[in-house]
Design a protein around this ligand. Structure first.
Ligand code: GLA
Length: 404
């Protein structure tokens, strides 16, 4: 009896993803939102998806302070591969855009002290029409490991979505078997959601380090608020499944592109910190304006995002039709992040007590302004009412500590 139970336990534990990665949300950069499937290196050599672009971004990550702030993955998304597999059936990179091959590119990224991520697809083709991994999952896991890949995003275009609940765990098994720790990013729950198939988040969290739940981010404030709405509406499901080693992924940071102004960029960064979300920028770090770079490098916001307890925050209340108030519990004793999000186009003042937001610690809380280098704001009582003026399409973000 005991032997059977032990055997079952072993069987279960070897099936789960076993790489020790993503104890806090992964941080890095990836090609997709900004560079898409631009393969036209002839007419657009500066912006096409190529080894040159990836190396340049790796250099920027290291030389402009991003690596020091915690951004460590450089990930290629779709459109890196050749349209055909090689004679042995292995994936191979496009020979024009990646003439040195993926192994050499991963070596370069590693030489800069960074990690290297790649993209594949669970179906017959990637979303961009490149070879998919269906019937090649094991070989592809081995190929990626042999190239020194540190992270894999496995998309789900051109597939039978009803098989994902077994197919993605199969890939988890193959990744484990390579012996190389490869962070596993799954699109599985997003495809199940879109196909109205119930999502087993326990299994998702067992088999994936991060996972997409919702639509692709686009370069706009509407897209960002749409994602925030989905997360708020579904928080009962999403909050319990996030934790060290397994996080919800609301998609890339688009800060530094054209779609978000400064307030909106602070809002995306702060909301992603409350979500315990991966911080994967997709922007052009070669040309980014300093104001956006500073937002991406904001130490206090990153510290909230990377809190070791890995708990996702919750929406507590909505006020004045456009304001949402979110709270994330942090690892320290009576330590929290408190966020006011104003989705509207005019500043809004909210009058509220901490008690209304669920804070009951009588001596009150010390407030620090996370968007202003952790500047001390004052001690706030839990019973008294205070005014918080939230900028238009922006946020206030505070660190709260118990006051002794
Ligand atoms: C899907 C994914 C995106 C991106 C593209 C690439 O749409 O959700 O994040 O990877 O495919 O084609």
């Amino acid at each position: 009896m005991l032997a059977v139970a032990l055997l079952m336990l072993c069987a279960v534990s070897t099936q789960a993803l076993d790489n020790g990665l993503g104890r806090t949300p992964p941080m890095g950069w990836m090609t997709w939102e900004r560079f898409r499937c631009n393969t036209d290196c002839k007419n657009d050599p500066y912006n096409c998806v190529s080894e040159k672009l990836v190396k340049q971004m790796a250099d920027r990550l290291v030389e402009d302070g991003y690596k020091d702030a915690g951004y460590e993955y450089i990930n290629i998304d779709d459109c890196w591969s050749n349209k055909q597999r090689d004679a042995q059936g292995r994936l191979q990179s496009d020979p024009v855009r990646f003439p040195s091959g993926i192994k050499a590119l991963a070596d370069y990224v590693h030489s800069r002290g960074l990690k290297f991520g790649i993209y594949g697809d669970y179906g017959t083709k990637t979303c961009g029409g490149y070879p998919g991994s269906l019937n090649h999952l094991e070989l592809d896991a081995q190929t990626f490991a042999s190239w020194g890949v540190d992270s894999l995003k496995l998309d789900g275009c051109y597939s039978n979505v009803s098989t994902m609940k077994t197919g993605y765990p199969e890939m988890t098994k193959y990744l484990n078997a390579t012996g190389r720790p490869i962070l596993f990013s799954c699109s599985w729950p997003d495809y199940e959601r879109a196909s109205h198939i119930p999502i087993n988040y326990t299994s998702v969290a067992d088999n994936c380090n991060i996972w997409r739940n919702y639509d692709d981010i686009q370069d706009s404030w509407d897209s960002v608020t749409g994602i925030i709405k989905y997360y708020g509406d579904n928080q009962k499901t999403l909050v319990p499944v996030a934790g060290p080693g397994h996080f919800n992924d609301p998609d890339m940071l688009i800060i530094g592109n054209k779609g978000l102004n400064v307030n909106q960029s602070n809002a995306q960064m702060a909301m992603w910190a409350i979500f315990a979300a991966p911080l994967l920028m997709s922007n052009d770090l070669r040309n980014i304006q300093p104001v956006y770079r500073d937002i991406l490098l904001n130490k206090e916001v990153i510290r909230i995002n990377q809190d070791p307890a890995g708990k996702m925050g919750k929406k507590m209340l909505e006020r004045n039709s456009t304001v949402e108030i979110w709270v994330r519990t942090l690892a320290g004793y009576e330590e929290y992040a408190l966020l006011f999000l104003n989705k509207g186009s005019k500043p809004k003042t909210v009058n509220i007590s901490l008690k209304e937001l669920g804070f009951t610690f009588d001596p009150g809380f010390e407030f620090e302004d996370a968007l202003d280098h952790g500047k001390f704001i004052g001690v706030f009582d839990t019973i008294k009412y205070y005014n918080f003026t939230v900028p238009e399409s922006g946020v206030l973000l505070y660190n709260l500590y118990f006051s002794s």
